[in-house]
Design a protein around this ligand. Structure first.
Ligand code: HEM
Length: 398
């Protein structure tokens, strides 16, 4: 077998659409075949870390493995993201400004809105007896909450959503001209919103945009361009992920009646169920890092400039960490140590919000639509790159 620096070479393509769960099958097989792989499917090949302990250690090496390559699959992305693109003290300083808006206490304040919007959306689809869960519910819900977080009218979701969809598709091979046009429209939209806030500031403790305008980092204000990048990053990081998590959760629940019954009968287990769903179905299945200094990582010789793949999904489904990893076990030992949200200083800024959103949906949907099934004859698929289900047709009796 061909080797690069002692690693077996993998030609597995992780960016392509496939039938549902195919990526997990590939990832699990590669983790069990060898501790490390060198994947040669990209112009900058990457070294794959796949076991839980290795991936965790990789996230903790942030001082020397930086986000100059945010994704091993797309290390040279032209789209700037903040705070992701920062490292070291610059990153810490910006996270200090943003963290208060995403703390558990701040997120708790969003619970009422999350609840109200969820109920409205469920009640909209309920009388129809069917819906495409992804298009009609799972993406609309986080989009509305995202707009509310930024203090923008929820009704803007109608035109905002198609732009964000086009922009997101651009990360995974969409038309570059359309991507750029969508990016421009979104930035213009945020630009207007930020300028309105400059003219009429709100309470910076409650309003994130006002706080970003008012904040000083080393005595300097955050530039308009950076504020717009932060808004766009939150959009890119928060909408597709939440939609995807909901798709996998509801596919599971539609096909595992016992688990669905338990969530309905014991709503108090919902937070633990959310955590186990996040472990079992990680949709951001890898993060990338760029090596800044040569080193020997447990026998893997790395050089400056190498791209490393931190295999989030492989870690979460590693039997060395989670015995019988394919099973959904509410209350599983060590579930809170799963790496679906990453680890270390770049750990997901929105994780408490995501958990809240998912828990609210589990409770409120099942209160109103406890029994549902996937439309018979449906072939479910998933997008590669960063997993999401393009469609999930559900039906129920009304
Ligand atoms: C189930 C939902 C979500 C999952 C699985 C997820 C996953 C992740 C992962 C794995 C990272 C770390 C990437 C790395 O280390 O390179 C991350 C970072 C991030 N996430 Fe999330 N995320 C979710 C929801 C959200 C939401 C709702 C928001 C905001 C509204 C958000 C905002 C961010 C931001 C800003 C970062 C960058 C943090 C930094 O670099 O300091 N995410 N997310």
């Amino acid at each position: 077998m061909t080797q690069v620096r002692g690693c077996p070479v993998s030609h597995t393509e992780y960016g392509e659409d496939s039938e549902l769960y195919h990526h997990y099958a590939l990832l699990d097989a590669e983790r069990e075949a060898a501790r490390f792989h060198y994947n040669d499917t990209r112009p900058r090949g990457f070294y794959m870390l796949q076991r839980y302990e290795d991936v965790l250690e990789g996230f903790q090496k942030h001082a020397v493995w930086t986000t100059h390559a945010r994704s091993a699959l797309n290390p040279g992305s032209a789209i700037a993201l903040l705070p992701q693109d920062l490292n070291g003290q610059d990153h810490v300083k910006l996270r200090r400004v943003l963290n208060p808006f995403f703390s558990p206490a701040a997120v708790k304040r969003m619970e009422e809105l999350a609840h109200t919007r969820c109920v409205e959306l469920v009640e909209e689809v309920l009388p129809k007896g069917e819906c495409d869960f992804v298009a009609e519910f799972a993406i609309r819900y986080p989009t509305d909450l995202f707009l509310a977080l930024l203090g923008l009218p929820v009704s803007d979701g109608e035109f905002f959503l198609p732009w964000s969809e086009t922009l997101f598709a651009g990360f995974f091979g969409g038309d570059p001209r359309e991507t750029e046009e969508a990016r421009r429209k979104i930035l213009d939209y945020f630009d207007t919103a930020v300028n309105e806030r400059r003219a009429a500031p709100r309470d910076p403790k409650e309003d994130m945009v006002s706080r970003l305008i008012e904040a000083r980092i080393d005595g300097e204000p955050i530039s308009q361009e950076d504020i717009l990048t932060i808004c766009m990053t939150l959009m890119l990081a928060g909408l597709d992920t939440t939609r995807s998590a909901l798709g996998y959760m509801f596919t599971h629940l539609a096909t595992h009646e016992e688990d669905r019954r338990r969530i309905i009968a014991e709503p108090e287990v919902v937070p633990a169920a959310v955590e186990e769903f996040i472990r079992l179905y990680p949709l951001v299945f890898q993060a990338g890092r760029e090596v800044q200094e040569p080193e020997d990582f447990h026998g893997l010789e790395l050089e400056k400039g190498d791209v490393v793949w931190l295999g989030i999904a492989q870690a979460n489904r590693d039997p060395r960490k989670y015995p019988d990893p394919d099973r959904f076990v509410i209350g599983r030992k060590g579930v809170n140590q799963n790496l679906a949200f990453g680890a270390g200083p770049h750990r997901c800024l929105g994780m408490h919000l995501a958990r809240l959103e998912l828990a609210v949906v589990l409770r409120e949907w099942h209160r109103r639509i406890p029994d549902y099934r996937i439309r018979p004859g449906t072939v479910l698929t998933e997008r590669g790159g960063q997993l999401t289900m393009p469609s999930l047709p559900l039906e129920w009796t009304v």
